[in-house]
Ligand binder design. Structure first.
Ligand SMILES: [Zn+2]
Ligand SMILES: [Zn+2]
Length: 284
């Protein structure tokens, strides 16, 4: 089996924090980069406590509540057009979503994934205590009030819950707390997963869930990808078989970032990159 070059984490102009780059422009760039498949993963954040901060998408140049389904109709139409346009160039285009998990959001996630033909539903934890640990600006407000033990408990309890909902195909950047936490807490934070992530990985394996190798860490000066090699080894030992690679591109120049290196990391661990169609994973 060869390792096909894919990018399974791409934010087009529907995400509020992304550059105004359209789906077809990313597809053109994917062709330039000789990717064989691209999956768009527009980001929705559903925590009602953050209603005025990030419960939005951008649709037709306007901010729209994520709970207004008009954007999804437009999103699927645009992806269908790109699928048609790029079919002849042998670029597969997939419809995905990145859901920022928060306890209580299950009903809405269920509603949209049952109503729209998603290929790929990516689950992520961006917020703890209603604070975005994914944000350079917000994360210190969380970190300054939390010991490492508290971060460990908050993060992995939320991860366990998210996995247990059964709503997600794959988990994005599973050690995202390292993005800004490594600088804040120092190298000790690199080991907080030990003893707590293993049973969660086992449960993911049991459910046939995937784990993403996310290369965005490099753009933030981290040495390793998300997850670190140590965590990837634990995932493999727990029996997870499905992996995807994603750049988490928020602009055109970030598409396909470090994808070859991410594929090499998978290969070194004897693991396979996967693609999804209508939420079914196949190795590629
Ligand atoms: Zn994310
Ligand atoms: Zn993302």
């Amino acid at each position: 089996m060869r390792h096909t070059r894919t990018d399974y984490h791409v934010h087009p102009d529907y995400s509020i924090d992304a550059s105004p780059v359209r789906i077809r422009d990313y597809c053109e760039k994917a062709l330039d980069l000789k990717l064989t498949e691209i999956c768009f993963t527009t980001h929705i954040e559903l925590d009602p406590a953050r209603r005025d901060i990030d419960n939005f998408v951008v649709f037709q140049g306007e901010r729209l509540s994520v709970f207004n389904p008009a954007w999804l109709d437009g999103y699927f139409r645009e992806i269908a057009r790109a699928q048609e346009e790029f079919r002849h160039a042998n670029l597969k285009v997939k419809a995905g979503i990145e859901v920022g998990y928060c306890p209580g959001c299950e009903k809405y996630v269920e509603k949209i994934v049952n109503n729209y033909p998603f290929d790929f539903v990516l689950g992520a934890i961006h917020c703890l205590d209603h604070i975005a640990i994914s944000s350079m600006k917000e994360s210190p407000h969380y970190f300054q009030n939390k010991s490492l033990a508290e971060l460990r408990k908050d993060y992995f309890t939320t991860l366990e819950e998210m996995v247990g909902t059964g709503l997600f195909d794959c988990i994005a950047h599973v050690d995202l707390y390292l993005r800004y936490g490594l600088k804040y807490y120092g190298p000790e934070v690199l080991t907080i997963h030990r003893g707590v992530v293993e049973p969660i990985f086992k449960e993911m394996a049991r459910r046939g869930m995937g784990l993403e190798v996310n290369t965005s860490s490099r753009r933030r000066g981290l040495e390793e990808f998300h997850p670190t090699r140590e965590m990837l080894t634990l995932a493999a030992q727990a029996g997870i078989k499905i992996f995807t690679v994603g750049s988490d591109a928020h602009s055109l120049d970030q598409l396909g970032d470090c994808i070859d290196e991410a594929l090499a990391v998978l290969k070194n661990h004897n693991l396979y990159n996967h693609v999804y169609t209508l939420r079914q994973a196949v190795p590629c």
